[in-house]
Design a binder for this molecule. Structure first.
Ligand code: NAD
Length: 481
């Protein structure tokens, strides 16, 4: 905060446990309203000179941050893995994806984003993109480094001062990012980190000098933060949860489909907002279920090398998922693969683990087909036609991703046209758009306008000033002194 570490005003702190084995791996203070106010004050002071700094100069510390982060990515990925339960390889992939957003932000000086036009004789209209002031990002547990990197590189480069409130479950990567930002040379106050949960978020959103907020997390909280921020007249983009459908047509390529589906629902132990959750098999595509179960059953638990899956974030997540599996089974689902029986290596037995699970013959009205489960649980619904599959996609309140596996261009095009999600995959199980294409869903996966990365983010973190100028030379004007 203000370019230095500061103890929280209150003595309260929270312990950070590793999902791998339940061990305490760190402690952070909880930032109360006084801490938040101090962060906002520091940000406000720093933001004035920063907003007046030319864009070409504003990217210089970001370039240094990019180099520092690249050099330290392996080290940081160990912290991310340890606090979030991902495998180190998944943690590293998330950081690399975040670095792509940094690269997009670094390219902003090369984009001719302003506009100027002579609208009538001697009169020119011009648009200037200007900073908002103090802005904030509130992030979830599942991508401790990547999701913050969706936000602050673009927000800062556009001239704002940024305050990050990471998930209280994974605050350690954010601390390390804070250190790198100081090392990169950002002026004190331009980037701060505050810790805590609901109370800290509310203090931040309510602060009168906070202009805009980006939120990524579950749908109920996204809706609440969006409502709170916008009722105070602030700009907000709040991304929520997901229930992504993977539609498999009978003509799909088997190897591509099996790998795509299994990676999608087991990657990051299913704790990704882009993870496949409902597998909708059309007609004879039901023949893919067995090889999918077989491939998923070979995945071992643990952070080590090989085909491995990481841990769930906490005991509550494991309990919730075990309950969901039991409920599905009691409602008539066939538990084709039961992850409750899987065990990690002995040294990780104190952690929160669940193996890949496949629930077959699920009916669309069942809880596991409708609710976001956020774990390595694949719900299989069998339908007779592509239209029936798309009708299911339309009924989900979420709208992050829909994928189709097919070898027919016409079927793919039909799904692209009729699916209701913001991000569509064709033979791709996790259709995350790569920069400069922007990331963002629809329906209850997104509250607010625009996307969180790519060109859409420019409008979130800045405003356009429109200038109309008349410089008409008078007949007696003299150009010499
Ligand atoms: P969460 O909603 O519990 O927490 C997200 C953030 O909100 C955290 O910083 C947390 O401290 C804060 N928070 C929690 N309760 C709050 C409250 N009542 N009021 C104000 N702030 C509160 O989400 P999570 O469990 O950390 O993350 C998982 C969820 O995030 C899943 O639903 C997942 O789909 C979603 N997610 C969505 C995207 C996306 O791009 N749409 C990306 C990643 C994760």
């Amino acid at each position: 905060m203000g370019g230095a570490w500061r103890p929280a005003a209150r003595a309260a702190s929270l312990e950070v446990e590793s999902p791998y084995d339940g061990r305490v791996i760190g402690t952070v203070g909880i930032s109360d309203a006084a801490d938040v106010a101090a962060a906002v004050d520091a940000a406000k002071q720093a933001s004035v000179a920063w907003a007046a700094t030319p864009l070409g100069e504003r990217v210089r510390p970001l370039r240094r941050f990019h180099d520092l982060m690249t050099a330290q990515a392996a080290d940081l990925s160990n912290t991310v893995a340890l606090e979030s339960g991902k495998t180190p390889a998944e943690a590293l992939a998330g950081i690399q994806r975040g670095l792509e957003v940094v690269e997009f932000a670094l390219s902003l000086p090369n984009l001719d984003d302003g506009a100027a036009l002579e609208v009538s004789r001697g009169v020119t209209c011009e648009a200037r993109r200007e900073a908002l002031g103090v802005v904030a990002g509130i992030t979830p547990f599942n991508f401790p480094a990547m999701v913050p990197m969706w936000m602050f590189p673009i927000a800062l480069t556009l001239g704002n001062a940024f305050i990050l409130k990471p998930s209280e479950k994974v605050p350690l990567a954010a601390c390390r990012i804070g250190e790198l930002m100081i090392e990169a040379g950002y002026a004190p106050g331009l980037f701060s980190v505050v810790h805590g949960d609901r109370g800290t978020v509310n203090a931040l959103v309510d602060h009168p000098d906070l202009c805009a907020v980006a939120f990524v997390g579950s749908t109920p909280v996204a809706r609440a933060v969006y409502g709170r921020a916008t009722s105070l007249g602030k700009r907000a983009l709040c991304l929520g949860g997901a229930k992504n459908h993977l539609i498999v047509a009978p003509d799909a390529d088997e190897a591509l489909t099996v790998r795509g589906v299994v990676d999608s629902f087991t990657g990051c132990a299913g704790q990704r907002c882009m993870a496949g959750s409902v597998l909708v098999v059309v007609g004879k595509a039901s023949r893919f279920i067995e090889p999918i179960v077989e491939a998923a059953s070979k995945i071992e638990l643990g952070p080590g090398a090989g085909v491995r899956m990481g841990a769930l974030i906490d005991a509550a997540a494991r309990d919730r998922l075990e309950r969901a599996i039991a409920t599905a089974s009691s409602e008539g689902a066939d538990v084709a693969l039961d992850g409750r029986k899987a065990r990690p290596p002995r040294e990780y037995e104190g952690g929160h683990w669940l193996g890949p699970t496949v629930l077959d013959r699920v009916r669309p009205e069942m809880e596991c087909a409708r609710a976001e489960l956020f774990g390595p649980v694949l719900t299989v619904v069998r339908v007779d036609s592509l239209d029936e599959a798309l009708a299911l996609d339309r009924t989900t309140p979420y709208g992050n991703a829909t994928s189709v596996f097919t070898s027919s261009g016409a079927a793919a095009r039909y799904v692209v046209q009729h699916a209701t999600s913001g991000m569509i995959g064709v033979n791709v199980g996790v259709p995350v758009p790569r920069d400069p294409f922007s990331f963002g869903g629809t329906k209850e996966s997104r509250f607010g306008q625009g996307d969180i990365t790519g060109p859409g983010a420019l409008d979130l973190w800045s405003q356009l000033k429109k200038i109309t100028t008349r410089w008409a030379a008078s007949p007696d004007a003299s150009w010499t002194s």
